[in-house]
Design a protein around this ligand. Structure first.
Ligand SMILES: Cc1cc2nc3c(=O)[nH]c(=O)nc-3n(C[C@H](O)[C@H](O)[C@H](O)COP(=O)(O)OP(=O)(O)OC[C@H]3O[C@@H](n4cnc5c(N)ncnc54)[C@H](O)[C@@H]3O)c2cc1C
Length: 406
């Protein structure tokens, strides 16, 4: 019997396996094979996207020894530049003025995945069962029974004291267990690509609000570049109404860069080359239950958010960290792994953070689609500010709760 079975070895499943103590017997199952040194990661988590990690996420990763393997591939965010198209003025928030080393950092998902995988592979207590698909979870009195479908339709049955559902957005396992989802379609898509830029980004994350939606260009490291062997690179996340995103995606590279340049302006000099473009339909979805006895739902399976806020993984990492703490507490106090009371306490603890993060990620895009937001509000309301500067969220909460006048 395993202590934990993690269904889904994406960004969240692997992070949890990396954060959990080595004294637990863990099985991570993913329907894709885990690659060797030279092959790319086929998991949807580890595609051409990049992730902005907040200062808080960096602290979690440092405290749990995960940071060391990520640090060499992380590009620090030294400042955030927020502007609005067709409006004069912009704001710059810097790590220096806060006395921090960096406001956060940007990591390419492919490299983040590789680092997490290497770390997990080094742990003797973790078994990677890949490629296998968890087809069924059946809660029993004191454990969960899992059916794993492998090659040649072979089905293995394994048992775990706690099963973690981390199988991503639109979770099939939640559906199988009758866990409902509240889902809302934004009818917008995010176009993601790496862009070669003329000028050095100097650690600046740009966030620009346009009539169609926000776009961000995040600083990327050069040395580890897999595509676009350019001297200077940024990661683009560009939100557009779904139909317009389709149009923009169908442009050739030169037209695409011209269109992007006209929206973004000349802050990074000429936008010179664009890598592989991918688009992601934007939905907000929330699992109606996140815990049951011997079961926890995590990551995109629990909450899929508007990605421009850069909150999805950061929030999931906070959930993972809190779950690890709850598990440690349970073991020290002789509670069973998967005890409903312990899991309820975990859920309650995370609820405020989850509710607030979901609320802001959901509401801010609508606020920004309005044209007449006063310039002094643009900066504190910027998506990246929300991710990278916790007290901005605090101020917003006060404001939203009526405690503070903007
Ligand atoms: C464009 C974009 C930009 C983003 N930028 C940021 C950002 O800057 N900062 C941030 O914090 N967040 C960001 N996010 C959010 C972040 O990417 C997600 O929160 C994160 O990828 C969720 O990971 P996950 O492991 O929960 O799900 P997934 O990435 O979907 O992984 C699920 C895994 O489960 C496996 N699986 C599925 N079903 C089964 C099964 N039955 N059995 C076994 N395995 C299974 C899949 O193969 C996959 O590997 C962004 C999202 C998007 C779309």
């Amino acid at each position: 019997m395993f202590d934990l079975l993690i269904a889904g070895g994406g960004m969240v499943g692997l992070s949890l396996a990396a954060l959990l103590p080595s004294s637990l017997r863990i099985c991570v199952v993913d329907r894709f094979p885990m690659p060797t040194e030279s092959t790319p990661l086929p998991q949807p988590s580890f595609d051409g996207r990049s992730t902005a990690l907040s200062f808080n996420s960096m602290q979690i990763l440092k405290a749990t020894g995960v940071w060391e393997s990520i640090a060499p591939i992380a590009e620090p965010i030294q400042s955030v530049h927020v502007s609005q198209r067709e409006h004069l003025g912009s704001t710059l928030m810097t790590a220096k003025e806060k006395g921090w080393e960096a406001l956060g950092c940007v990591v390419e998902n492919a490299w983040l995945g590789r680092s997490l995988l290497e770390l997990v592979r080094q742990k003797n207590n973790v078994i990677l069962a890949c490629p296998k698909q968890v087809t069924k979870l059946t809660p029993q009195l004191d454990h969960v029974k899992a059916e794993l479908l492998g090659a040649e339709d072979q089905i293995d049955v394994v048992k775990a004291k706690l099963a973690v559902i981390a199988d991503g957005a639109g979770s099939n396992l939640c559906q199988q267990l009758g866990i409902g989802m509240q889902t809302e379609n934004y009818h917008h898509s995010a176009i993601v690509a790496n862009v070669a830029i003329e000028n050095a980004h100097l650690g600046v994350a740009y966030e620009r609000f346009t009539q169609d939606g926000p776009l961000a260009l995040l600083p990327l490291s050069t040395i580890k570049s897999q595509e676009l062997q350019a001297q200077h690179r940024s990661a683009l996340i560009w939100t557009l109404p779904a139909a317009k995103a389709e149009e923009v995606l169908s442009l050739d590279d030169e037209e695409f860069l011209g269109c992007l340049q006209s929206q973004f302006g000349g802050r990074l000099g000429r936008l010179m080359k664009v890598g592989k473009r991918q688009s992601y339909p934007l939905v907000l979805s929330t699992a109606k239950e996140q815990i049951r006895k011997h079961l926890v739902v995590l990551g995109n399976a629990a909450h899929t958010l508007h990605p421009v806020a850069g909150q999805g993984f950061n929030l999931a990492l906070r959930d993972c960290f809190a779950l690890c703490k709850a598990i440690e507490w349970a073991r020290e106090n002789d509670y069973a792994l998967g005890d409903l009371g312990v899991l309820s306490a975990y859920e309650q603890q995370q609820k405020i953070d989850q509710d607030m993060t979901r609320w802001f990620s959901d509401k801010l895009p609508a606020w920004f689609s309005r044209q007449n937001i006063p310039t002094h509000l643009i900066s504190p309301l910027g998506f990246l500010s929300l991710t990278l500067m916790p007290e901005v969220k605090g101020q917003l909460i006060d404001f939203a709760a009526g405690c503070r006048n903007p």
